[in-house]
Design a protein around this ligand. Sequence first.
Ligand SMILES: [Zn+2]
Length: 304
Amino acid sequence: MIPFSGNPLDRAEPRRRDAAWLRERLADEATRVLPLWKLAPLVRTGDAPRLAWATPALLDGREGQPQPVFLGIADGVAHFAVDLSDRPEPLEEFGFAGAAHFPELRAIAGLLPPGDAGIAAQARQVVDWHARHGFCPGCGERTRPKDGGWSRVCSACGAEHFPRTDPVVIMLVTDAERCLLGRQSAWPRPFFSALAGFVEAGETLEEAVRREVSEEAGIEVGEVRYQASQPWPFPASLMLGCTARAVTRAIRIDPAELEEADWFTRAEVCAALAAPTPRLAVPPPMAIAHHLIRAWAEAVTPRS
Ligand SMILES: [Zn+2]
């Protein structure tokens, strides 16, 4: 499973608008609250890390601070997330020290159970959105959360604002038995990955793939096929994984985007998937690029 997919919660959208139901759930000891601190989720320490849930008692006395966001329901139990970034030492203050900690999500995601990683992605993205949208982009006045934390309303002009998700295309360009991989200058050698870029205004997914590959590597592509997607809450992306067939071969990189791009044979890619080689290291399984690369490399590779 691609990390951050498979969130098991029922988002129960109609419940977000039911203020009385939300208040009851926040008064119910069975309700689970996921604390985040500086966008890091609370995770149990130990050999098998998983999300650490608190009871709503955690929220006592937090009027005027970030309010809990309703994530959804599982097994009849309501789940919320709350931002504790206003507290200097939340592990000590709330008695989590020793049993749990706040690891950076990117570092822990691959170790969490898949459903937990999906919940953490949802929580991180929406908590981050609240932290950065305290003021109305229309008139500049304060906004306040509404609908269980799934919108914010301006106190002056009444405009309603919603959490945004930014689509990003990530594409493995292929030419028969070769695929195109690129590397940014900040990446350690010999790390390469699939090309990627934000979908722009007024653009289809396929048009974004063709434009990005042309801009970054000077390659023209024909057929584009959507393969799979991945939430990427750093801060608010949705990775749209595609394959694209090259119709030209000569690479001409844009040095502002890439330091290097090259064609790699299926044999080279298969070797790098097993272990990094002097010429190529591919992204880890946490990244959708890994899954795009593996799916292509193994598609027609005879298995022993
Ligand atoms: Zn406004």
